[in-house]
Design a protein around this ligand. Structure first.
Ligand code: NAD
Length: 502
């Protein structure tokens, strides 16, 4: 069945994908277009039996898939990349309607999806020459030689969130496939549509049955999957509270685990920066993806010498951001993903008002968007570091701003958080960029920019922002186990029990 051209909003694939088959399940998960508040589809809810079947299918194909040479696996990854390229407009439109992100951003996401599959196809090929690694630093003159061999971890459960639905799935699928793992993917119940359509691509490229299984369902589906005794690794992207549950499940089964969690990342602006460019990056760093980015630089620290001028320009430009239907031309901010998240964001803003925090921009629904979960891009000033909006991840288009005087103070304030995903620093002084970079306690530092993300670079957080890395070579190794191999190479007997010669 060459059905991937069926990626069509009016003709959606709404079945689970288990062991290479499309499987019907009760369509219990309403999918709401956040721009209109209308239900546009119902996604299937996987039962425990579906989860068991998916894990079994992944287990059954694992010996074949994991021992196939990397070049053969790479062909499948390349074919997926090509199919995503071909279907980019349809997939992007679907992603945009499902998640509310502006269409142009969803198009970027699809480029990233295909680029990530292509990148890991390269690493799968490279593995063929590097699966064995000689160990050359054993003590010299000994009786043994040693080498290392890298092998696929096993059956992977991948559980992903709603802010980059297909891209977050790809960050798990591509390296896991390249390494030789088989996978059960559980997309977010909030945005299940592109993952379901992705099953058509998996089928079109002829991936062996069971290598990728796709199950939609809510938290309970994720919980059953992560507690499944035949899953070897859980790779999760989502909130800290769910991360705690995933890690608990992993601990019970002593499973390999990667956690990509939340953040409250700082952007530090020094008075030597290029003002206009910095305003642009600061806005992008917090308002991109409708402000729903784990790495959003949503705590802005501005040097007091330029504070008034910088904030005035920031507010002026923020007020110009076109908010509206994500499919409309020129729109740079769509709605919040759903009512639950909209109410959460509005709750933060209401409490900030009660606390007496100043709303320099936004803070409410745009008057010309009576329907849909829209929030105007918001800039908050006049707060203490103890304010909820300064310390807690909001996951909406809300930028909190404070002033600082010295570099030391800025670094202290930037690091004063339980999170450690990312940070941005803006300065015209190279030595200052270097000093601040070295002192920020987080997994990713952007210098004179915010949010650029490359498949080639390891992505992940320190502190409560997570454990392990997605992307890059580290994100590949996360799906490989290391086997040490030791060979006795001399005639010398061990001589411990003095076993007589036969
Ligand atoms: P979430 O934790 O509510 O849900 C994420 C996924 O986990 C969903 O698929 C959900 O169904 C599943 N889930 C929920 N409860 C579960 C349980 N008990 N066991 C197993 N699975 C369960 O997160 P969300 O609201 O979808 O996403 C927003 C969060 O994701 C934010 O905190 C954001 O910072 C984080 N995030 C992090 C990164 C990163 O790379 N660090 C990227 C994107 C999003």
């Amino acid at each position: 069945m060459s059905s991937a051209n069926l990626v069509d909003i009016n003709n959606l694939q709404l079945k689970l994908y288990i062991g290479g088959k499309f499987v019907e399940a009760p369509l219990r998960l309403p999918v709401v277009d956040p721009a209109t508040e209308e239900v546009i589809a119902h996604a299937p809810a996987a039962s425990e039996s579906h989860i068991n079947q998916a894990v079994e299918a992944a287990r059954a194909v694992f010996p074949y898939w994991s021992t196939l040479d990397g070049a053969s696996r790479a062909k499948h990854l390349d074919a997926i990349a090509e199919a995503v390229k071909r279907l980019k407009p349809q997939l992007a439109e679907l992603e945009s309607r499902d998640s509310g992100k502006p269409l142009a951003e969803a198009m970027w996401d699809m480029d990233d999806v295909s680029g990530t599959f292509t990148y890991y196809a390269g690493l799968a090929r490279e593995l063929d020459g590097k699966q064995y690694e000689a160990v050359t630093d054993l003590p010299p003159g000994g009786d043994f030689t040693a080498s290392l061999r890298y092998e696929a971890v096993g059956v992977v459960a991948a559980i992903v969130p709603w802010n980059y639905p297909l891209l977050m799935a790809t960050w798990k699928l591509a390296p896991a496939l390249a390494a030789g793992c088989s996978i059960v993917l559980k997309p977010s119940e909030v945005t299940p549509l592109t993952a379901l359509q992705f099953a058509l691509i998996v089928e079109e490229v002829g991936l062996p049955a069971g290598v990728i299984n796709i199950l939609t369902g809510g938290p309970e589906t994720g919980a059953i999957l992560s507690n499944h005794q035949d899953v070897d690794k859980i790779t999760f992207t989502g909130s800290v509270p769910t991360g705690v549950k995933i890690m608990t499940a992993a601990a019970k089964g002593i499973k390999n685990v990667t956690l990509e969690l939340g953040g409250k990342s700082p952007a530090i602006v020094f008075d030597t920066c290029d003002l206009a460019r910095t305003v642009e990056w600061v806005m992008f760093g917090c308002f991109w993806t409708n402000g729903q980015i784990c790495s959003a630089t949503s705590r802005l620290l501005v040097q007091e010498t330029i504070y008034d001028k910088f904030v005035a320009k920031l507010v002026e430009e923020t007020n110009k951001i076109q908010v509206g239907n994500p499919l409309a031309e020129g729109v740079k901010m769509g709605p919040i993903v759903n009512k639950v998240q909209f109410d959460k964001v509005m709750g933060f803003l209401e409490r900030a008002r009660v606390e007496g925090i100043n709303f320099a921009a936004g803070g409410d629904r745009p008057t010309d968007c009576p329907r849909g979960y829209y929030v105007r891009p918001t800039v908050l000033t006049g707060m203490q570091p103890t304010a909820e909006v300064w310390s807690t991840e909001i996951f909406g288009p809300v930028l909190s701003v404070m002033a600082f005087s010295t570099e030391d103070e800025a670094i202290r304030m930037a690091n004063d958080t339980e999170y450690g995903l990312a940070g941005a620093v803006f300065s015209g002084v190279e030595a200052q960029l270097k000093r601040v970079t070295e002192q920020l306690r987080c997994g990713c530092v952007w210098r004179n920019c915010s949010q650029p993300c490359f498949s080639q670079l390891p992505w992940g957080g320190w502190k409560r922002s997570g454990i392990g890395r997605d992307l890059g070579r580290e994100g590949f190794k996360a799906y490989l186990e290391t086997k040490q191999i030791v060979t006795h190479v001399t005639e010398n007997a061990l001589g411990w029990y003095n076993v007589a010669k036969l």
